[in-house]
Design a protein. Structure first.
Length: 112
């Protein structure tokens, strides 16, 4: 069986844990992106599949704590690569499409 779903997960996040529960028995690769950060090319591909700009998936509280603001897309991508905590979670991707699972119930619709 080929697994084509990737779930970008932070086990310390309640919304990410809720989304993971909603996956149930769905075959998925779980990527703990804080332990295994995405590189710049992976981030660019992810934003393309999300159809969002990097600033649209930034956790503003963490960006503020790091003193980050008013950056270009490439600067945000580099910042997320360096500080993966900036990335909103959870995210589920099938390679060509992705979505941010907030609220987590969106994940159920995505995997149907």
């Amino acid at each position: 069986m080929k697994i084509n779903l990737i779930y970008y997960h932070n086990p310390r996040c309640s919304k990410s844990r809720q989304g993971l529960q909603l996956l149930g028995e769905t075959p998925v690769v779980i990527r703990e992106y804080l332990k295994d950060p995405l590189d710049i090319d992976e981030l660019k591909a992810l934003f393309k599949s999300l159809s969002l700009k990097p600033i649209e998936v930034i956790r503003s509280k963490e960006a503020k704590a790091l003193g980050l603001s008013n950056m270009t897309d490439d600067e945000w991508i580099k910042a997320i690569s360096d500080h993966p905590i900036l990335l909103e979670r959870p995210i589920i991707s099938n390679g060509s499409k992705a979505l941010i699972g907030r609220p987590p119930e969106l994940i159920s619709d995505f995997i149907k």
